[in-house]
Ligand binder design. Structure first.
Ligand SMILES: Cc1ncc(COP(=O)(O)O)c(C=O)c1O
Length: 411
């Protein structure tokens, strides 16, 4: 085959993938893995997953499902048992009553988001998302050929969306507002009271739907009471999709089970997307997720406490470092600290830090700690630490960050 022919056969990707790539977080993890393979003692604080194992009762349920030959296609968007477990979860924990046909189950909350946006968005449509936000939102909206309208939030407002900023961002093209509470990467949380003005704005714009990404529901600190919009404002329930999953609460990221509840027309349209992509979520993972949702829940509280201790450890250590400033987040397992104070400084090797991306790159290359720059989430100069790792590793990583930052020179 000559070169010309080879070129003609070259892959031309669809325009819907323009500008969309593997997330920066995965790129950092890949670089960290390379350095580890070279024998470097890299500590990765980039992962968005709890370090706990999946509970034994959940693993046993999966093993039982395999033994019972529960290994075939399941109904399209969830087994009856799984949907019932989700129905009971919403009733028990959120005071929300849904019919079974208002519930959908997919291979992760990410697929739920994908199904919802694929089913409802088209070119020209807009999705309002408070930023900084999880990196995947923009790309999922982009694959659906719609655009994100980023509404910046402020550290002094604990990174929560202000109603006035929301209203100013709404246009005739707005289809969705997406709110993630507790939020990745900032740990922002919305109480019933802080949701109120936002829901009041939505009440005025009946075309705009609300997607509440509640995936970190069970990781809240300082006695914060989790709230979800559909329970706060029943009037809006006909246009709210409440998204959740087992990944973060039950340390089940690899099982790939997410779920949602909302108006049945939307749920039906999402099932159409799923039917032509994955057919159904894994039968074994659904059996495991049923055990997680129906099983003992007391360990969630213990884990919450353990996460809060690690958060305090990280926040205290970061605030002792000259040039770094960190608020104490009230949810999820991330800190989002400013590194504004180190910009303009140089490493002993002579590398100038001009941005959060430089800071994170050099921290990895020269101090063997992987964290994610705020630019990946839409706000600089910040960096995200995932503290879902052992206190020992966190302590060592923070010592290295302090050493690296202390060695920077200002001239
Ligand atoms: C805000 C947010 N939503 C959704 C997800 C996806 O979760 P799942 O593992 O259920 O796909 C993540 C994962 O990191 C996340 O951070």
């Amino acid at each position: 085959m000559n070169q010309q022919t080879e070129k003609n056969l070259g892959l031309k990707t669809a325009s819907r993938l323009d500008g969309i790539g593997v997330s920066k977080i995965l790129q950092i993890s890949a670089r960290a893995r390379e350095l580890k393979a070279e024998g470097r003692p890299v500590i990765v604080l980039g992962a968005g997953e709890p370090d706990y194992p999946t509970p034994d009762t959940v693993k046993a349920a999966a093993q039982a499902a395999i033994e019972a030959n529960d290994t075939h296609y399941t109904p399209l968007d969830g087994t009856p048992e799984m949907k019932q477990a989700v129905q009971q979860k919403f009733a028990r924990e959120n005071d929300l009553n849904f019919d079974i046909d208002e519930i959908t189950v997919a291979s992760g909350a990410k697929q739920i988001l994908f199904n919802a946006f694929m089913a409802t968005l088209q070119q020209g449509d807009e999705v309002i998302i408070p930023t900084p936000c999880w990196t995947s939102y923009e790309d999922i909206v982009g694959i659906c050929e719609a655009s994100v309208v980023a509404v910046p939030t402020r550290p002094e407002n604990d990174f929560c969306l202000e109603a006035g900023d929301l209203e100013a961002a709404i246009t005739p093209k707005t289809r969705w507002l997406l709110i993630n509470s507790p939020g990745n990467p900032t740990g922002a949380v919305y109480s019933r009271e802080s949701y109120r003005p936002i829901l009041d704005v939505l009440n005025k714009y009946p075309r705009v739907w609300l997607l509440a990404d509640d995936i970190y529901e069970h990781i809240v600190h300082d006695g914060f009471e989790f709230a979800t919009p559909a329970a706060i404002e029943p009037e809006l329930r006909s246009r709210i999709l409440t998204v959740n999953g087992v990944s973060k609460a039950y340390a089940m990221t690899g099982w790939r089970i997410g779920y949602a509840a909302g108006p049945r027309e939307l749920i039906r349209a999402m099932a159409v997307v799923q039917s032509q992509s994955t057919s159904c979520p894994s039968s074994i993972s659904q059996a495991a997720a049923v055990a997680a949702l129906n099983g003992p829940q007391d360990f969630l509280h213990e884990r919450q406490q353990s996460f809060a201790e690690r958060r305090d450890l990280v926040v205290d250590a970061l605030n002792r470092i000259d040039g770094i400033e960190c608020r104490s987040p009230r949810g999820a397992f991330y800190t989002f600290a400013s590194c504004a104070g180190v910009l303009g400084r140089k490493t002993p090797a002579g590398d100038l830090i001009e941005s959060d991306t430089d800071f994170c790159r050099l921290l990895l290359e020269q101090a063997d700690v992987a964290v994610v720059p705020g630019s990946a989430f839409g706000l600089s100069p910040f960096f995200r630490i995932s503290y879902a790792t052992s206190k020992q590793e966190l302590g060592e990583a923070l010592d290295r960050i302090a050493q690296f930052t202390g060695d920077l020179s200002t001239e």
